[in-house]
Design a protein around this ligand. Structure first.
Ligand SMILES: *Cc1c(COP(=O)(O)O)cnc(C)c1O
Length: 362
């Protein structure tokens, strides 16, 4: 059967490796959105808190509520809070990121309705990614609102679009140029002094001078840094393994899978594996774009990936029904497999479905 094994020792080692890159005063927000990048968010969050992480972040309110219900009491940022969930955010003591006048006004109303004061919030500015965030021109509006607000502004940040590019990078420089005056204005305002942050995992490695008060690390905790050089200090925490369900002898000219996706060029053997696109093993890995390791040898995917199963060509690789198969693990990195099929480790990991049982190695 298919299993995702999560190694907490490796998480711990990645956490310490990332810390070593930071000044002692820089704090870490551990990003555990999307089920901790496809692993187990409650467990990963607990472990990170135990290791000393200062805060956690998820994308949406429900993810934060789930962490609270699993007993996590650390500060939890909600990166992309939706107005319909503001009440739940307050009820679960979660810290929203406010990103527009509308989100600000609605959250202020909700906070007052709940009779809260000095409620912790974070403010995000859009400096060029053009995803969410206040326009830099709205800084004065934000500062004006702060005067009598029910909020305590804990941090102010922006998100860089190109931290994977090494310096110098014109787009990053432009974003920093826009962010500097925002920080200056916030610092000059007498009301509240926030802390500041810019960087995700790649940024921690590529922009050591921009670490500031906090960094927001996700993929690095799970063992990837988007560059071979930086990958060396990290270890992928997840291994995806399965076993061969059935083996078929295929004659030259026979086809395999839906739409006769593959035609055998010679007599060969194929193995059928119990994972499919419903589990996050995407159709993108079909037609040889993806492969697995069986007894340390590469077996390419043949034809189309089905919803629940996939077929790989095993030729004369020594194996039989029941033999263990490595889909992601030693000798087969999630980032390489993903790249070969035109995607990235983030998508491969975060789409691993919840039909796959997670097991924990401590
Ligand atoms: C997901 C996310 C991160 C984490 O990025 P990694 O590349 O995984 O380290 C940081 N900041 C924001 C705003 C995010 O949405």
């Amino acid at each position: 059967m298919t299993l995702l094994e999560i190694d907490l020792k490796k998480l711990e080692s990645n956490y310490h490796s990332l810390r070593e890159h930071l000044d002692p005063h820089t704090k870490m927000i551990g990003v555990v959105k999307a089920n901790a990048y496809g692993s187990i968010s409650g467990l990963i969050a607990q472990k990170l808190v135990e290791l000393g992480i200062e805060a956690l972040a998820v994308a949406y309110a429900d993810e934060g509520i789930q962490l609270r219900q699993s007993g996590v009491t650390a500060p939890i940022l909600i990166f992309y809070p939706q107005i319909a969930r503001f009440k739940d955010i307050i009820h679960h003591n979660l810290e929203p990121v406010l990103y527009s006048k509308r989100s600000w006004v609605k959250f202020a109303e909700q906070t007052q309705a709940e009779q809260k004061s000095a409620y912790p919030i974070h403010v995000k500015y859009n400096t060029g990614l053009n995803r969410i965030g206040f326009d830099p021109n709205e800084t004065d509006w934000v500062l004006g609102q702060l005067k009598n607000s029910p909020f305590q502004i804990k941090s102010v940040y922006t998100h860089l679009g190109q931290t994977e590019s090494p310096k110098p990078d014109a787009a990053t420089d432009r974003q920093i140029e826009l962010f500097n005056p925002i920080m200056h204005k916030h610092n000059a305002a007498p009301e509240q002094m926030p802390e500041y942050h810019l960087l995700n995992t790649s940024g921690v490695f590529n922009y050591p001078e921009l670490h500031m008060d906090w960094v927001r690390v996700g993929i690095g905790l799970y063992g990837f840094a988007n560059h071979p050089r930086w990958n060396q200090s990290l270890q992928p925490i997840a291994q995806l393994k399965t076993n061969i369900t059935q083996i078929h002898y295929i004659k030259m000219g026979e086809t395999v899978g839906y739409n006769c996706g593959w035609k055998a060029p010679e007599n060969t053997r194929i193995a059928v594996l119990p994972i499919g696109h419903a589990d996050g093993f995407s159709r993108q890995y079909g037609h040889g774009k993806g492969w697995v390791l069986i007894n340390d040898q590469k077996a390419p995917v043949v034809g189309n990936v089905c919803m629940d199963m996939v077929m790989v060509e095993i030729g004369d690789i020594p194996c039989s029904e029941g033999t263990e198969v490595v889909i992601i693990g030693a000798g087969i990195r999630a980032d390489e497999l993903a790249e070969n099929a035109g995607t990235i480790s983030y998508e491969l990991l975060s789409s691993l479905g919840n039909r796959i049982p997670r097991i924990v190695k401590e």
